[in-house]
Ligand binder design. Structure first.
Ligand code: PFF
Length: 444
């Protein structure tokens, strides 16, 4: 790494960029969202819309965001303004939305910190449900997390976010690997896996399954909020962006599928030992991580004192690395607009975020989470992807950006197929499933 890189707003090397992108992508969305979505959206049958979404949205759109970020090397609003002044407004909405998401995301990370500590002595007691509702929902430890985020992100890029991801991302993968392998050996694991993968083909006819698949790929890969755009703007001339997009997608999707195996093996074990129907144990988000998982740790005996802290620590790592990437697009937009320093922007943004976060650390915040997850993600941001496709591929000379990407690519070369997906296929799919889902919602 050169001295220049250490002092400039650029990643020290390609590895820093890829690990930062994987750190952003692999988050709570992989650990608690994906297993539930897979289970509730047709099990094995969900893989059809999921892979279609990875191939038509995940990889091509990630390449688009990377290409545009590198091309403009400016914040999202500034980049859009370069194309046309009237798009600047849209350029502010997405960085601001993801900053808004970070405000509740940090509340959940705050709960995870508490569970890391509790997991050393199973401090949640026998009734994990009641404990979560009556004790955790009323607690607020978000301040600590905002401090960590500030500590990392106010520093120069490579010294802060770059180094942090280089340590946390590999650690997260190693810990999760051992936890999942262990979970697969538990008595009753196969019961959980059979239920998880049992295909319900009839669901494929419903628009909402397709929306869920696109919504999952979008959130899980951190697409559409200008996060990938922003991180790619910090890359140097020698970064192979096409290959990086493919590596990020494989790492992220591989991780979430691997986690789903672990989660359902553990639930299968629980259903066998406690003779509870697995359908009663499965839940999304907070329910899975903070209620079902501690309940399983309660029946694991001594090993729970190793598996428990390791599990919550890895969820914490996944959350923090994603959280860092959530505040970056808005921070960079402010830096560009008002020519503020990175340090000043991060400090002001984080103080503001921390105050809002404390207000959310209540039962109301938890309820809001469900709505934000469903509507902002599946509806608002999905729609904005179609608009981004239009702006970048029709209102801008995308072929020039494509040549730059191809010059650097050591793997796949982009061609007509990529242009066809970005210009026509993806926007049409999104608009069809979007209106289809709205129609289903109102006709039911
Ligand atoms: N990909 C993250 C997750 O799966 O939890 C969430 C996320 C991070 C979404 C950053 C969007 C973003 F810009």
């Amino acid at each position: 790494m050169t001295e220049k890189n250490l002092n400039s707003n650029e990643w020290g090397n390609n590895l820093s960029f890829i690990l930062a992108m994987i750190g952003s992508a692999v988050g709570l969305g992989n650990i608690w969202r994906f297993p539930y979505v897979l289970y509730s959206c047709g099990g094995g049958a969900f893989y059809i819309p999921y892979f279609v979404a990875v191939l038509t949205l995940g990889i091509p759109f990630l390449i688009l965001e990377y290409g545009m970020g590198y091309n403009f090397k400016a914040s999202f609003p500034k980049g859009l303004r370069t194309i046309n002044k009237k798009y600047e407004f849209m350029g502010w909405i997405l960085p601001l939305s993801i900053f808004g998401v970070s405000i509740y995301y940090c509340v959940i990370i705050g709960w995870i910190v508490i569970y890391v500590v509790l997991s050393f002595y199973k401090g949640w007691g026998d009734n994990t449900d009641k404990f979560f509702d009556q004790t955790i929902l009323q607690s607020s430890t978000t301040g600590t997390n905002w401090f960590i985020v500030w500590f990392v992100s106010h520093k120069q890029l490579e010294k802060g976010i770059g180094r942090f991801n280089k340590i946390l991302v590999p650690s997260l993968f190693v810990i999760m690997f051992f936890i999942v392998i262990y979970s697969l050996t538990l008595d009753g694991a196969s019961i959980g896996l059979k239920i998880l993968f049992k295909p319900d083909w009839s669901l494929l006819k419903s628009f909402s399954i397709w929306t869920s698949a696109y919504g999952q790929v979008l959130f899980s890969l951190s697409l559409g909020y200008s996060e990938a755009y922003t991180y790619a703007g910090y890359t140097g001339r020698d970064t192979d962006l096409v290959t990086s997009a493919i590596i990020t997608t494989i790492a992220n999707c591989g991780f979430e599928n691997f986690c789903a195996l672990g989660v359902f093996s553990v639930l299968g074990h629980m259903s066998k030992v406690k003779s509870t129907a697995i359908t009663k144990l499965v839940s999304q988000g907070t329910g899975l991580v903070f209620i079902a998982y501690p309940a399983v740790l309660n029946i694991l005996g001594k090993l729970a004192y190793v598996i428990g802290p390791a599990f919550f620590l890895s969820v914490l790592f996944a959350g923090l690395t994603s959280m860092l990437s959530m505040i970056e697009p808005f921070s960079f937009s402010i830096q560009n607009k008002f020519t503020w320093s990175r340090k000043k922007t991060a400090t002001i943004e984080i103080i503001f975020g921390a105050i809002c976060s404390m207000l959310f650390a209540t039962g109301y915040g938890n309820e809001l989470l469900g709505h934000v997850d469903n509507y902002i993600n599946n509806v608002l941001v999905l729609f904005s992807i179609a608009i981004e496709c239009y702006i970048f591929s029709w209102a801008f000379d995308i072929k020039r950006a494509m040549r730059t990407l191809n010059d650097r690519s050591k793997s796949i070369k982009l061609g007509w197929w990529w242009l066809a997906i970005i210009r026509v296929i993806l926007p049409i799919i999104i608009i069809v499933i979007w209106f289809g889902t709205l129609y289903e919602m109102f006709s039911n």
